[in-house]
Design a protein around this ligand. Structure first.
Ligand SMILES: [Fe+2]
Ligand SMILES: [Fe+2]
Length: 295
């Protein structure tokens, strides 16, 4: 059940808030175009030197502790979905608790990021299930509220059980991962086979894998790929794991790549209010999802 205590363990949670990881992504992968024409560069928070230290420490923890065994353990624990059952609207209220009051710089709650993503997708005329993907893609961050440290909720995801690509951010931190000294896990293919397909590959544990399994019965496969691999930057931006990808994965990653700019670059200071958007989203959720979802 929910464990509020672990959240305050500062040494496990070096980020001021979960958004800091996404801000770091923007530094690594800056916006090449403009999805929201009315946004201005200075409306985005400047990335301060001091924040980099927290982000770097976050990656150190992530790369040190995301082992093959850790992933198996978290899958066994969370994919039972026996924590609680609630409407997704309650999950969003729950998620908004992640806003850190001690950080006056936090301009958005989690719900705003989800709405900005989904609205940018809707404004571009994509299918409604993709709008829904925009709305729910970060819902797995509720893991933080079940007591998981930041490094087991967010961060770039990567395959475990095989060699780490140097295209993953801060690859040098992997030397501290116990799997790094486990020869079977450090060959190029590791425990997998050539082009076996990502469905057979265990990814580092986080909000992506969790929400994918949660939504599996309800969304088209292209939408499920967006959910499951939206933080797999080493592949969707760097093509570092082609040796594990099947033909089908390559086809489906077109959808993952279509989604990514909406996640990263959809900040919009002129976002419509929730009150105005509510009727559309309530109907959309009712179209695809049951009244309650198991967490
Ligand atoms: Fe995400
Ligand atoms: Fe996101």
């Amino acid at each position: 059940m929910r464990n509020e205590n672990i959240i305050s363990q500062d040494d496990q949670n070096p980020l001021k808030n979960l958004d800091q990881w996404e801000e770091d992504l923007l530094v690594r992968y800056p916006d090449p175009t403009s999805i929201n024409a009315d946004k201005k560069e200075d409306q985005f928070r400047n990335y301060e030197e001091t924040e980099k230290d927290g982000v770097k420490e976050f990656y150190r923890l992530n790369h040190t502790y995301q082992t093959y065994d850790f992933v198996q353990q978290k899958k066994a624990e969370y994919l039972k979905f026996d924590k609680e059952e609630m409407p997704i609207w309650s999950a969003f209220d729950f998620l908004n608790k992640l806003v850190d009051d001690s950080d006056p710089d936090t301009d958005l709650d989690q719900m705003q990021h989800l709405l900005q993503t989904s609205e940018a997708i809707r404004n571009d005329g994509h299918p409604d299930w993709m709008v829904l993907v925009g709305l729910i893609h970060d819902m797995g961050k509720v893991l933080c509220l079940y007591g998981e440290p930041q490094w087991a909720v967010v961060g770039d995801t990567f395959p475990v059980g095989c060699a780490y690509s140097d295209k993953i951010v801060y690859p040098e931190f992997f030397t501290a991962n116990p799997d790094f000294h486990h020869p079977a896990y450090q060959t190029k293919l590791g425990v997998y086979t050539q082009n076996c397909g990502l469905d057979a590959v265990d990814m580092s544990w986080g909000h992506d894998e969790y929400v994918y399994h949660m939504m599996k019965p309800y969304l088209p496969e292209s939408g499920l790929y967006m959910l499951r691999y939206h933080s797999f930057y080493a592949q969707h931006r760097e093509n570092a794991y082609d040796h594990l990808m099947s033909e089908k994965d390559h086809e489906m990653f077109k959808w993952v790549r279509l989604f990514n700019p909406y996640d990263l670059y959809s900040k919009n200071p002129n976002q419509k209010s929730w009150e105005e958007l509510q009727p559309y989203y309530q109907a959309l959720v009712a179209k695809y999802l049951p009244p309650t979802i198991k967490f």
